[in-house]
Structures are given as structure tokens and as C-alpha cells.
Design a protein around this ligand. Structure first.
Ligand code: ADP
Ligand code: TRP
Length: 346
């Protein structure tokens, strides 16, 4: 969207902001890793960028085959974005499945995507390796949706002329594939049919640790769900694995995953003060966990409340998404038509 800018000399003109876009696939409960590393930094771009956010529900179809579950997860992620602060009046917010142009662009991109590129995708390679280690056929359980996942994601990104794509480190390869594919298209038609995007990774929170110290991920079952009730939140924090250091022993905040989580939610002065207490000794893991609970609950409490209000009002949620899809389709149609014209399918 262009912004009217009044210059100090009284002249005025329009300024085009850069476009940011990101999506989340509704494949499980949103957790604080998603919130800190994906949702929060992406929402922070609102205003500076012309921001677009969506729910990648066709990406989720690759793994979630139960309709009741998928439908609930889609609404959970939608309510999650809004509860975390997304303002649908200032950004474009929609479901991937409401934009049929996504699937036309996917087909268009398929013709420019080498099979070798897909063979190199981390998610596909990891699935093949897991099969091989189990002594199964390398492609066991791998559907074409998983195999071609990066093309659908490239279509999500390229459809909306995205300049930047805020994502976690694990998604950088997918954004690079979108760059590759866009460049192949542009090179072939000798014009900028598609804008080449850049990944935007917030390094300071690149990997959020889970309850067991590994990366927090729904596939490891080590998550702190974003909307978990207060009591449950305390219980989960108390379950974080710690070493057997006694209360009086000095502790190193840099190697503590409790502190790693604490620093994501505490103010800078709180971080410094608690790090000093770790180093002095005299603070047990129980107390460190209480402190973590306090700062986590302080931030998550209001988000949880907004989430519950939205979850109880699916009509409002659906209306917001439908209005977003209307705005999004205007842009999507222009991109697909630009491709058609360049390709001679006009
Ligand atoms: P999960 O690993 O739980 O399946 P997803 O793959 O659905 O999570 O991730 C959605 C978004 O959240 C991605 O941008 C991903 O990079 C980010 N993300 C997920 N877990 C973490 C984590 N533990 N640390 C940092 N970013 C994460
Ligand atoms: N693949 C992303 C994830 O697993 C979700 C996603 C789908 C996405 N399409 C996107 C992210 C486009 C950014 C831009 O987290």
C-alpha cells in the first residue's frame, strides 16, 4: 500500500513500503518457540513494512489427514496470530486455501523447478534418511506434497511480491529455493516477472530450547504451548530438565536452558540481575524456574485471554479472514496474470 508523505517544504508524494510476508502451517499446538522466533518478530515488522501474514493450511494437509483436527488447528493458528497482536486493519491476513491463485502459481513454478532442487530439500532428505535408517524403502510415507513443499512455499512468497520473509533458521533453505525459482523464471522471460525475496532471521532467538534442552518442537514432544492455562504452565516449567547442582553452588546462566528461556521474556535489567544471582550461588533450580514462570506468565497471560475470547467467537474470526482474502486476491491475481502474459498463456 502506498503511504502519503508530506515533505517539510509542503510538497507531498506517495512512498511504497517494502513488503514482508510470512506464514505458519497449522500442524500442531502453537508453542513459545513459534511465538518468540516466528510470530513476534514477524509482527514487529508491521508499520515499517507493508506486512502480509497467512495460515499455510495446504502445507498442513501433507501431515494432518483428520478433518476435525485440521479445521481446529487452522482456527487455533488464526486466533494465535490475532491474540499475539496482529491488527487486521493494518496488514493483510488470510488463509492460503482462500487464495486459488497460489495453486495456479505453484503449477506455473513447477515448470521452472528442477527435480534436483527438491531432492536437496532438508525436510525431504531428513525423511529419506529416517526411512533408510529404519531399513525401509527410502520414500516410504513421503507424499508428493512433502516432496514439492518448497514449490508451494515459493508460490506463497512470490505471489505477493515479498521483499522479506521473516522465518526461523530452519526455513532459510526454503526461501533460498524461492529465490532460485524466481531467478530462473525471470532469466527465461528476460524481465522481472517475480520479485526475488530475502529471508529475515532474528539471530538472537534463532533456536528456542524445549523442556528437554533440545530445540523446542512439536515433533519432539518438548513444547510449552503458547495458550496453556496458568497452572499447566507452572507444571511444565517445573518439569524442565536440570542438572544436580545444589542450591548453594554458583551456576552458569550461559549453559542453563532455564536462563535461555528467561532471557527471551525478561527485561534487560531483569536479565542482568538474575544472571548475577546464578553466578553468586544460593539460588536453586526451583527458584530459577519460579522466576521463569513469572516473566513468561506476565507476557502470555494477556495473549491467552485474547485467544480464549477469539476461540469463543469463530464467526468474527472467519469474517476477519474473509476480508483479508479479498484484499490478498487482488494482488495474487495481478501476479498470476503477469506470469501468464510473460509465458504466452494470455
Ligand atoms: P515445529 O518445529 O514445532 O514443528 P514449525 O516447524 O511449525 O514448528 O515452525 C513454525 C515456525 O516457528 C518456523 O518459522 C520455525 O522456524 C519457528 N520455530 C519453531 N520452533 C522453533 C524453535 N524451537 N526455535 C526457533 N524457531 C522455531
Ligand atoms: N514452511 C513454513 C514453516 O514450516 C511455513 C510457510 C509456508 C511459510 N509458506 C510460507 C513461511 C511462506 C514463510 C513464507 O514454518
Amino acid at each position: 500500500m502506498p503511504w502519503l508523505y508530506i515533505f517539510p517544504n509542503g510538497c507531498y508524494g506517495f512512498i511504497m513500503k517494502k513488503i514482508s510476508l510470512t506464514g505458519i502451517k497449522p500442524t500442531g499446538l502453537l508453542h513459545i518457540g513459534n511465538y518468540v522466533a516466528a510470530i513476534k518478530p514477524a509482527l514487529a515488522l508491521t508499520g515499517t513494512y507493508d506486512a502480509r501474514y497467512f495460515i499455510a493450511d495446504y502445507h498442513a494437509l501433507n501431515t494432518i489427514k483428520d478433518p476435525t483436527e485440521l479445521s481446529a488447528l487452522i482456527r487455533q493458528v488464526a486466533a494465535g496470530w490475532l491474540a499475539a497482536g496482529l491488527d487486521p486493519e493494518r496488514v493483510i491476513f488470510y488463509r492460503q486455501s482462500s487464495i486459488p491463485e497460489t495453486f495456479e502459481l505453484t503449477t506455473q513454478l513447477m515448470a521452472f523447478t528442477s527435480k534436483g532442487l527438491m531432492n536437496r530439500a532438508h525436510a525431504y532428505k531428513a525423511a529419506v534418511q529416517a526411512n533408510t535408517e529404519r531399513g525401509e524403502d527410502p520414500d516410504a510415507g513421503i507424499n508428493m506434497g512433502l516432496y514439492t513443499y518448497p514449490v508451494l512455499m515459493a508460490a506463497d512468497i512470490l505471489l505477493f511480491d515479498s521483499d522479506v520473509v521473516p522465518v526461523g533458521q530452519d526455513q532459510v533453505q526454503h526461501v533460498e529455493m524461492a529465490q532460485d525459482i524466481a531467478q530462473v523464471v525471470n532469466y527465461n522471460y528476460k524481465q522481472e516477472v517475480l520479485k526475488v525475496p530475502q529471508a529475515l532471521v532474528k539471530e538472537s532467538v534463532a533456536v528456542v530450547p524445549g523442556l528437554d534442552g533440545r530445540k523446542m518442537s512439536k515433533s519432539y514432544g518438548n513444547i510449552i504451548p503458547l495458550f496453556t492455562p496458568e497452572k499447566e504452565l507452572r507444571k511444565l516449567i517445573m518439569r524442565i530438565v536440570t542438572n544436580s547442582q545444589a542450591v548453594e553452588e554458583p551456576k552458569d546462566p550461559e549453559t542453563s536452558q532455564i536462563y535461555a528461556l528467561y532471557r527471551l521474556f525478561a527485561a534487560p535489567e531483569e536479565q542482568t540481575a538474575l544472571a548475577a544471582r546464578y553466578r553468586e550461588g544460593g539460588m536453586g533450580w526451583g527458584e530459577a524456574k519460579e522466576e521463569l514462570f513469572r516473566v513468561l506468565n506476565r507476557e502470555l497471560g494477556p495473549i491467552r485471554e485474547r485467544f480464549q475470547a477469539l476461540a469463543a467467537d469463530p464467526k468474527t474470526l472467519d469474517d476477519i479472514l474473509a476480508r483479508g482474502a479479498e484484499k490478498a486476491r487482488v494482488i495474487a491475481k495481478a501476479t498470476v496474470n503477469r506470469f501468464r502474459a510473460a509465458a504466452g498463456i494470455d
